[in-house]
Design a binder for this molecule. Structure first.
Ligand SMILES: Cc1cc2nc3c(=O)[nH]c(=O)nc-3n(C[C@H](O)[C@H](O)[C@H](O)COP(=O)(O)OP(=O)(O)OC[C@H]3O[C@@H](n4cnc5c(N)ncnc54)[C@H](O)[C@@H]3O)c2cc1C
Length: 445
């Protein structure tokens, strides 16, 4: 934890450092210590951009327990945030499921979770934010102050309009444990109808679903509780995604619930004998997505491992609720995830982010998949990604951009409010010191 004064001192030093970089007239890239949670195809193009390290901006600053507001620096991870807030039985309105995701990354990258049907995306829970702009200024932005245009455009900007240095976010009350009730469905329509009904059920606090096939769908309706008859162990026991197939009732500590997919990076930790033993005996510090990502990167580097024959299908799409059945059926009919499930959550945004223009207060349906799948013989690379994107856009939906996307600039601008974005970019980045969104997320420049 640090004081606001200490943060202000660091901020001043950063502004001075940025002024130096500005003199070199180079493009600027963010440097950080935590692992990245981006999954865009191919290697990034080589660049001679100058790097600015924000690694030290990773502290909690303050908590207002009564007002339920937390103030943090931009590179704090959600694990640190949750550990701290749970001392007060509070957590952020939306907490991503991977421990190493940072508040800055999730704000600009559209963070989602099983509470999104009540609270919208991560950026909807933002109260105030300090942004280091590409011009080298640090601007304090809120939904109503003079920098509101920047505030409202942070969601989906992926650092192209500035870096989050400090944020105030909303919190809500939780209890020590979560009871997950699993309801199995054998057809898509009644599953989607029940998910919709749950969004207005006062007895439900978290909604998500795992979909294995057209006749095996699990709706997980959960709520916080003070006591449990037993506790499930997602570290040494069963991998979380397998539990709904085995049990109607699952009980987890609130922290294990929030990060339920973290120990096995959803369902990607291999299940071969060596890894099974690792799951049982490795220290808890190694049973997390950060360790897993570093391990995979290390294997690729030292053993030159390639993903040949595989498509990285790590993507999220959302469509208006009345298109939920169509998107689900399309995915189940056309995409083969092998034994892995699809993950679905309902979402209702409370504000319309400028460059992620979902309609305010309208329910959307998010469908995601997080695994490597076999390529389809005779089809182009990223075949599944492309057909799902096309279907999603045809259904008036949007996809998140943390992963590979292959659309034209014209289509991109139509979908993600390119006109307004370009205006903002010219205002806050007149010298094009940071990349444009299309360059960054589609062209990998
Ligand atoms: C496998 C996988 C699973 C995911 N699961 C979830 C999930 O469960 N819930 C969820 O909400 N999201 C999830 N995401 C999406 C994730 O939230 C976004 O990719 C997010 O942007 C990652 O943030 P990060 O902190 O890891 O930053 P990075 O991955 O390092 O960076 C992401 C982007 O944000 C920018 N950025 C990073 N920090 C800042 C900052 N301080 N200010 C401005 N820009 C910044 C970077 O420049 C970069 O463009 C997942 C992504 C993947 C690949």
């Amino acid at each position: 934890m640090i004081s606001l004064n200490k943060y202000e001192e660091k901020k001043k030093r950063l502004i001075a450092e940025f002024a130096e970089v500005k003199r070199l007239n180079k493009k600027v890239l963010l440097k950080k210590k935590t692992v990245s949670n981006l999954f865009r195809y191919g290697d990034r193009n080589k660049t001679d951009a100058a790097t600015i390290s924000l690694s030290k901006f990773n502290n909690i600053i303050n908590i207002d327990v009564k007002g339920k507001i937390l103030e943090v620096e931009g590179l704090v991870t959600y694990e640190k945030i949750v550990d701290y807030c749970l001392n007060y039985n509070l957590v952020p309105l939306v907490t991503p499921e991977l421990k190493n995701i940072t508040i800055g990354g999730a704000t600009v990258g559209i963070g989602i979770e099983s509470t999104c049907y009540k609270y919208g995306f991560v950026h909807d829970g933002l109260v105030e934010v300090d942004v280091l702009t590409p011009n080298g200024d640090v601007l304090t932005c809120t939904r109503i102050n003079k920098n509101k245009d920047l505030f409202n455009a942070l969601g989906n900007s992926y650092g192209t309009l500035g870096y989050v240095l400090r944020a105030k976010i909303k919190l809500y009350d939780v209890k020590p444990y979560v009871h997950i009730k699993n309801i199995k469905f054998d057809n898509v329509k009644s599953f989607i109808d029940s998910m919709y009904k749950a969004t207005t059920d006062p007895d439900v606090e978290f909604i998500e679903a795992l979909i294995f096939s057209k006749n095996e769908l699990y709706l997980m309706l959960s709520k916080c509780v003070d006591k449990t008859p037993y506790l499930d162990d997602v570290y040494r026991g069963e991998i979380f995604y397998k539990l709904p197939r085995k049990k109607r009732d699952i009980y987890l500590t609130i922290k294990d619930y929030i990060f339920r997919y973290d120990p096995d990076w959803f369902w990607n930790f291999p299940e071969r004998p060596f890894y099974k033993l690792f799951r049982k005996i490795a220290p808890k510090g190694m049973r997390n997505s950060g360790f897993y990502t570093r391990y995979i990167n290390w294997k690729k580097k030292f053993f030159n491992e390639k993903d040949e024959g595989k498509e990285r299908l790590i993507q999220d799409w959302e469509v208006p609720w009345d298109k939920a059945i169509e998107l689900t059926n399309f995915a189940l009919n056309n995409v083969n995830l092998g034994k892995n499930p699809w993950l679905a959550v309902p979402i209702k945004v409370v504000s319309s982010a400028t460059i992620y223009p979902l309609k305010k207060n309208q329910l959307y349906y998010n469908l995601g998949c997080y695994c490597y799948v076999d390529k389809v013989k005779g089809k182009e690379d990223y075949y599944y990604t492309k057909i799902m994107d096309k279907k999603c856009f045809a259904l008036k939906g949007l996809k998140m951009l943390y992963s590979s996307t292959f659309i034209s600039k014209k289509e991109f601008d139509n979908l993600y409010n390119g006109k307004k974005y370009t205006k903002l970019k010219k205002k806050y980045d007149p010298d094009s010191r940071f990349r444009y969104l299309y360059e960054k997320v589609v062209q990998r420049r």
